[in-house]
Design a protein around this ligand. Sequence first.
Ligand code: GLU
Length: 469
Amino acid sequence: MDIKTRFAPSPTGFLHIGSVRTALYSWLFAKRYNGSFILRIEDTDIIRSDKNYIENILDTLHWLGITWDEGPYFQSERLEVYRNKINELLDLGHAYRCYCSTHRLKKLRLQQMIAGDKPRYDRKCRDHTYSMRKSSYVIRFKNPLHGKVIFHDQIRGKIIFKNSELDDLIIQRRNGMPTYNFCVVIDDLDMNITDVIRGEDHINNTPRQINILQALNVKIPNYAHVSMVINDDKSNFSKRDNSLNVLEYKKRGFLCQAVLNYLIKLGWSHKDQEIFNVYEMKELFSLRAISKSPSTFNVKKLLWYNQYYLNKLSINDSLINQFIEHLKSFNIYCTDNVYLFKIINFMRSRCNTLQDLVLQSRFFFEPVNNVDMQLVRKYLFDQSYYILKYTYYKLQNLNIWDTMNITTLLKYVAKKFSVLLKNICMPLRIAITGSDISPNVSAIMEIFGKENTLHRLKKYYHFLKKCSL
Ligand code: GLU
């Protein structure tokens, strides 16, 4: 049978690191065995589900290139299917209507808690055959009373639950809506899911779901429960915590390749290898190599991957376009791809995100509009005005505009005025970039081009003159 896996998020919060990692593992497992992967949106909780979250799920998967072969299916569009199956279970005697009032259930719960017992439904309606037409009811699954549920988790090994510990699960609420545990079972069955790969928080649901499948007399899928991802401070991730919204990392200038690589390594390993491209991921991924213990999210490690990919990727249209988008978010508009190529190429080794790249290369796009007096006092000296002016004329006559020739010329100027090269370069840097921190000024001038450099230089020494400096 062909492998078929799924990712089944509930759209009740932004997709966070842990969920996306589960999606990635599920996708890779299917791809590794030439199987298929489906996306199913579990939106039966109408109060907490939100269409912004659905959009967030789709955008996150798109960004990371986690593609689905079927779907997205929406549970809210399959209510009829669940209703039919619930009727089938009722007919088979595996489910029953429970007419107990919420008041009675609350009282029961309280009594059990006072007595130190685990709160659970006492199965009052389980063996009633009557139907109380006018009262509201829920439908419960008749969980077997004895025996055990044993399954072999592909990550955690053999797991055993006693039926005596399981409740008669509600499969349809008073408002007629089927519940999560039921819909999941029916969908996985209908969609021929062979391997259910999901978060460890669902382990306790698994025996309940297996019992429903057994009542329906159908094949049980394989299960793999992936451990949790926890924060640096050991707290659990909350769905509502936006700092973990994976798309936030896109906004902050992380690259999808880095996020994918970080995610696969967060709880999975293959020898000592750190770097994996998607082809290798699909080739090497295995559930057996997933760690059983929780993984700690570490943003520094993610930054390390990002810096790696930012420097390794070829500077193609895709990277340039992403840079353009980040520039736009700082109100910088540039469409000169050749210029952008040179800037990325020159600046990326000192940056770890695209946002950082924008911040560190702003001066390439924004004019220097004033004289920073602090910098003047710190770095300029009596002759600076004349030296800058002299340099300007010398540069004007330079025929081959490249880093090497510019540096040779600057050395010549330094010698002529008997000053150190840095005393030429720093005022030039300030004139051209507006700051005293920047990479090699000759290289910057090459990227700026002759006209642009001369324009900035002239503007600056005119400023100096105006200020009588
Ligand atoms: N919808 C569930 C969730 O978002 C996942 C269900 C499952 O994978 O079985 O936690």
